[in-house]
Design a protein around this ligand. Structure first.
Ligand code: SAM
Length: 282
């Protein structure tokens, strides 16, 4: 029996045994399967020996025409299943615009839920699970990433970020400069043969990954919420504290030391802010 309308179907994030019987049924009964990469999804379905409807490439940002084609087919009563390369579509993957367009046109949308790296990583992390904030991928440039991290790490929830293995050490170093003693978890290659996970203070994991070879594979990095005794300070607060220390007659070095000790924040970050104070007063 095909499900009318659009079905958002989750696929495994590394272990094909995680594909659910309902996901198999949705592939078998769909008229069309919209996917990021027809070759990738075609290969997965072939490996699993699943007969399926026609595969159609779909990306939110490049496929206005494809979206119109899908919407017309849905309005004509076709059953379409949307999948991404791995995990749950729309979660740092295409699909939002298509779902929104269906909702706006009163086309039914349903889901076959299943694997997603965000929840898989969170539940094994050892970090609080009662409130979490999924931040997706952090910005690419170092300055934007540092700003984004500083903002995220003030949120009263566990923070979850998708990260590339190549950039993990850099991101952890940046986080350590903001809140070195905050607990942090890293999950690698979830559900796969070489799955690994870590839980420690940010500065410990930053040092560990700086001293070891770049890990291989897919990574999720998570930060605990600020603890009650860890105040969170905006850059403006910290700059004001540095200026006040200088006004009190402290040397630049002593001002950095005092503000670092008082806030328990990373010395490198406080030092960078001191450079901004120098720059603004020169
Ligand atoms: N839609 C997917 C989901 O539901 O998890 C995520 C797609 S996003 C383009 C890919 C990112 O998810 C990877 O760069 C990595 O950060 C994370 N990821 C996906 N599979 C993973 C796995 N098996 N182990 C750890 N992280 C994974």
């Amino acid at each position: 029996m095909s499900i009318p309308g659009l079905t958002i179907t989750a696929t495994p994030i590394g272990n094909l045994d995680d594909l659910s019987p309902r996901a198999v049924a949705s592939f078998q009964s769909a008229d069309w399967i919209a996917c990021e990469d027809t070759r990738h999804t075609g290969l997965m379905l072939k490996r699993l020996g699943i007969s399926h409807g026609q595969l159609i490439a779909y990306h939110d940002h490049t496929s206005t025409k494809a979206r119109e084609k899908l919407l017309k087919a849905l309005a004509d009563g076709k059953a379409i299943t949307l999948v991404s390369d791995a995990g749950t579509p729309l979660i740092s993957d295409p699909g939002y615009r298509l779902v929104r367009a269906c909702r706006d046109s009163n086309i039914p949308v349903t889901t076959v839920p299943g694997p997603s790296a965000v929840l898989a990583a969170l539940v094994i992390s050892g970090l609080p699970t009662d409130r979490f904030h999924f931040a997706g991928f952090l910005p690419n440039t170092a300055s934007k990433r540092q700003k984004a991290l500083a903002k995220l790490m003030r949120i009263d929830a566990t923070i979850i970020c998708y990260e590339s293995a190549k950039r993990l050490a850099e991101t952890l170093a940046e986080a350590a400069s903001i809140a070195p003693h905050r607990h942090c978890a890293v999950a690698r290659e979830l559900t796969k043969t070489y799955e690994e996970s870590w839980l420690d203070e940010v500065h410990v994991l930053a040092t560990y990954f700086a001293e070891h070879d770049t890990p291989k594979g897919e990574i999720v990095v998570m930060f605990a919420p600020p603890s009650d005794d860890e105040h969170s300070y905006s850059d403006d607060d910290l700059i004001a504290m540095l200026k006040a220390a200088l006004d009190d007659g402290l040397s630049r070095r002593d001002a950095v030391r005092d503000v670092t000790e008082a806030t328990k924040m990373g010395k490198t970050h406080i030092y960078d802010l001191m450079l901004r104070v120098d720059h603004s007063s020169s």
